[in-house]
Design a binder for this molecule. Structure first.
Ligand SMILES: Cc1ncc(COP(=O)(O)O)c(C=O)c1O
Length: 289
């Protein structure tokens, strides 16, 4: 994936190659910042209110005041989206606490750094949707504030890399013998026609895609529960899915070298993909957010 040509940085739109931050930026030095990834379909950001609410929750948790109001965010997104026209895109935005002499405690006066860009959405390969992907389970080595969308993603990077080196697309994270989520996704299982996904709390990111899947299931009479899921339930499930803004919903058909549901995507996924595509279609027409 090529780098974006133009970015927003602290009030300016710049060629990416000319954008500069301080080497003392606390995002660079401590990973002291938060981020969001927002898909854009037909020029319309997907579930923007939910993404901006999650951003506010992350910022409040790390005690960085939101430097911009919703109108200012909308203006930036409009400008960044316009560059790519109607092509489906994903917006990345990041806010760090700003640049200051290195000290773990918060600096007395500091201006947050605000960075954003939009780029064409890199959809999963059609083959991954048709045939599914493979995953491994790994110990969840992260902290206990996984609900914050923090830029400090070293544990996630290491766990995803372990998956990739095993020829897999995702690592499913296990804490106390229970599934938490994927290295960069939420996880659902399907058993006997019912969906289940781990509950919100300090051990998972409250995924926007996850919430939409739950909403679509409830609106269409598909049973869905938010509950603890034991690792062993993965292998007994009829289907396992991963969800995220950029991957949408992907079937996981093999975990730790064991086939799930006969090693093929199942009917519940087909139904949910239809509902998800219908929702995106409504969004493109301006009938959904
Ligand atoms: C750790 C983690 N969990 C879950 C998700 C899915 O969240 P969303 O659906 O909002 O993209 C992500 C997305 O990148 C993630 O990094």
């Amino acid at each position: 994936m090529a780098l974006p040509a133009r970015v927003y940085l602290n009030g300016e739109y710049l060629p990416a190659g000319s954008a500069r931050i301080s080497v003392f930026d606390r995002g660079f030095v401590f990973g002291d910042g938060v981020y969001e990834v927002i898909p854009v379909y037909g020029g319309r950001p997907f579930r923007l209110t939910h993404h901006l609410q999650r951003l506010d929750a992350s910022l409040a948790s790390v005690r960085i005041p939101n430097p911009l109001n919703p109108g200012q965010w909308h203006d930036i997104f409009r400008e960044l989206i316009a560059e790519h026209g109607a092509v489906d895109q994903s917006i990345y935005l990041e806010i760090t606490r700003g640049a200051a002499p290195r000290d773990h405690a918060f600096p007395a006066a500091v201006t947050p750094t605000v960075f954003a860009y939009s780029q064409p959405l890199a959809y999963p390969a059609p083959e991954q949707i048709r045939s599914g992907v493979h995953a491994i389970t790994v110990a969840d080595i992260r902290w206990t504030r996984c609900d914050i969308k923090a830029i400090a993603l070293l544990a996630n990077v290491l766990m995803r890399q372990t998956a990739v080196e095993s020829g897999c697309a995702e690592a499913i994270l296990i804490r106390d013998d229970r599934i938490t989520e994927g290295a960069a996704s939420n996880i659902f299982i399907v058993s006997g026609g019912s969906l289940a996904t781990p509950p919100k709390g300090p051990f998972i990111l409250p995924g926007i895609t996850r919430d939409l899947v739950i909403e679509l299931a409830r609106d269409h009479g598909i049973p869905c529960s938010e509950r603890d899921i034991l690792r062993s339930e993965l292998f007994a499930a009829d289907e396992v899915w991963m969800t995220s803004s950029t991957k949408e919903i992907l079937p996981i058909v093999r975990i730790d070298d064991r086939d799930i549901g006969g090693g093929r995507p199942g009917p519940a996924l087909q139904r949910m993909l239809e509902l998800y595509q219908d929702y995106k279609h409504a969004l493109r027409k301006g009938h959904a957010e």
